[in-house]
Write a new protein. Structure first.
Length: 193
């Protein structure tokens, strides 16, 4: 596996964004539990709770200063009739490309409302704010999404002392995929590194 030579300065420092609008009635609690677990694992997190926003432009105040974080973990919805257009991952991705200064590690999760087109764009876009990126390649249950995210960022924290590199993203993603495989969970997450 070849990874790119991008090196994002600093230990992983994560801005966790809950853009789900709690449409299913469980997403905000999921994000709170994951954030609390990450905090107990002593991962570097921005703020004292996930940032909750109803639309992309509401994220603007949380992006300053952009040097304060080098990873964005975004939970939103992908496809579905019940998903308001402004709340879809596609809108967040387009907005972030225009408002976030590179380079950042970007991880997106849409649970069961997986949008294959946007996931492919995240993983294949040559020029974006996120030269290192993760996006699901199948629907994910909340359990799969939580286990994968926690394992990925824990591995990143353990093995990235002064920068986030493509090699470390690939390694951490491999470890998180292996955890899902060992638990016989079919969810798939792709990586651009």
């Amino acid at each position: 596996m070849l990874w790119n030579s991008v090196s994002i300065p600093g230990k992983p420092n994560i801005l966790v964004v809950d853009a789900s609008c709690n449409l299913g009635g469980w997403e905000s609690e999921f994000c709170d539990r994951l954030f609390a677990t990450m905090k107990r694992r002593k991962l570097l997190l921005q703020g004292s709770a996930p940032v909750r926003i109803p639309q992309p432009n509401a994220l603007l105040p949380y992006l300053e200063p952009q040097e304060a974080f080098n990873c964005i973990l975004l939970f939103s919805h992908g496809e579905g009739d019940y998903v308001p257009p402004e709340s879809k991952l596609s809108n967040y991705w387009e907005w972030l490309k225009c408002h976030v200064s590179p380079p950042k590690l970007f991880a997106a999760c849409t649970w069961e409302s997986y949008d294959p087109r946007v996931s492919q764009e995240i993983l294949k876009s040559p020029q974006t704010f996120a030269p290192l990126a993760l996006a699901q390649q199948s629907p994910l249950t909340p359990r799969e999404a939580g286990l994968f995210s926690l394992k990925f960022f824990t591995e990143m924290d353990l093995h990235s002392s002064d920068s986030v590199t493509g090699k470390m993203v690939w390694f951490s993603c491999s470890k998180a995929r292996e955890l899902l495989r060992r638990r016989r969970l079919p969810g798939k997450v792709g990586v651009r590194c």
